[in-house]
Design a protein around this ligand. Structure first.
Ligand code: DPM
Length: 364
């Protein structure tokens, strides 16, 4: 067969296209282990939905995996983990890449789109205790206990909420972090996303889930995203059935909020969203690095999920997401909600807080 795509001849003589899913190489590296688990889970769902499709998994290493010893907020480039996988997508070496949505920038490079956002796992952050502290919580840990996190968002909120505790960077992938926690005496506890811990099979290490009053989550946290070539209509249609409408609407409002703030992964921005009936609620906040300055607000909008889907044949993209099987008026409302909330915070001085946070972090 000619052309960029590979085909396979079935036993019955039919010729069908081979769909390749890119993932990060599974060296001893745990972030890529998570990537592999996430890819396999989406591959499993696709195989159930399309038993006749030939799915292949292609593993490659990325720059992000090679410099894991640097805190993510210092690497600076949000698309670090995704760039090499996108190159492979562009070269037609793979057709589908699965990511944690929270690692995908709010503007994707031209030619790429998020063709599916799957049902969100628990989006909250979780406390993982040193075994010697079993039974304790962030409230009951001894004063000056050291908590490991290199997320500016987590540190900012938790410093304010638990001033008796101390916060220090912890580097490395998930495996390394758990090892550093358990085998040394440097940290009393570390903070990680509940969703990642669950996918890695470490749910039993979660001692406390942090609610919004303690720590709001990152934009897109807990949701998986399927990235594809924007022009590949066949693949777009194939993966679109994976979209989970409530999650799509929540994440579009969150991403629109972050985009309008011009935030990246190196600024302390946090959100909380809920869909109740036909209402979408978005709480968003920006923080100074020590959490002392905080601007936070909640807004809501009606999202008519049961509405007709995109009337026009034209592809409609919202903050990088193509969801032609979700009501376009609901998608517009979700995106506007995020922008409106960001504008409200910008009017109150969010830009100054973020600019200062960015400068201080760069200088560290
Ligand atoms: C982003 C952040 C972190 C990841 C920043 C933040 C945490 C970095 C750190 C944007 N990406 O959350 O404020 O702790 O040093 C990441 C994880 C997952 C996806 C791991 C985690 C799994 C959860 C998910 C790293 N990206 O946050 O504990 O799929 O949402």
């Amino acid at each position: 067969m000619e052309g960029p795509f590979r085909f396979i001849r079935e036993g019955n003589g039919n010729v069908s296209r081979v769909i390749r899913m890119g993932t990060r190489k599974s060296q001893a590296v745990c972030v890529s282990q998570l990537a592999r688990i996430q890819t396999d889970s989406v591959a499993g769902t696709l195989k159930e939905l399309y038993p006749d499709v030939h799915l292949e998994i292609v593993a490659m290493s990325t720059i992000g995996d090679k410099i894991l010893d640097t805190a993510l907020s210092k690497i600076g480039e949000k698309s670090l983990f995704t760039k090499e996988l996108e190159n492979a997508l562009e070269r037609n070496e793979v057709d589908i890449v699965v990511h944690s949505l929270k690692d995908l920038p709010t503007s994707l490079p031209p030619g790429f789109t998020i063709g599916a956002i799957l049902q969100r796992e628990n989006p909250h952050d979780a406390v993982v205790l040193h075994p010697k502290n079993a039974g304790l919580t962030l409230d009951s840990l001894p004063e000056k206990s050291v908590i490991g996190t290199s997320s500016l968002r987590r540190a900012a909120q938790l410093k304010k909420r638990f001033p008796q505790l101390e916060f220090e960077n912890i580097r490395g992938n998930l495996n390394t972090r758990l090892k550093k926690l358990d085998e040394k005496d440097d940290y009393a506890a570390i903070i990680l996303a509940a969703a990642g811990l669950k996918r890695m099979g470490w749910e039993s290490r979660i001692s406390q889930i942090l609610g919004p009053e303690d720590c709001m989550y990152a934009v897109g946290q807990g949701a998986l995203a399927v990235e594809v070539r924007a022009q590949d209509k066949d693949i777009l249609e194939m993966v679109s059935v994976l979209h989970h409408p409530d999650t799509v609407l929540r994440c579009i409002s969150e991403r629109a909020f972050l985009k309008q703030l011009e935030g990246g992964c190196s600024v302390p921005v946090a959100v909380h969203t809920e869909v109740k009936g036909s209402m979408l609620y978005l709480t968003g906040a920006v923080y100074s690095l020590d959490g002392a300055d905080c601007l936070k607000d909640t807004m809501q909008t009606v999202v008519e999920i049961s509405n007709k889907v995109s009337e026009s044949a034209q592809e409609c993209v919202h903050v990088g997401v193509t969801a032609n099987n979700v009501s376009s008026s609901a998608l517009d409302a979700a995106e506007n909600l995020g922008m409106d909330l960001a504008n409200a915070l910008l009017n109150k001085g969010a830009k100054d807080i973020l600019t200062t946070a960015r400068k201080l972090n760069d200088a560290r």
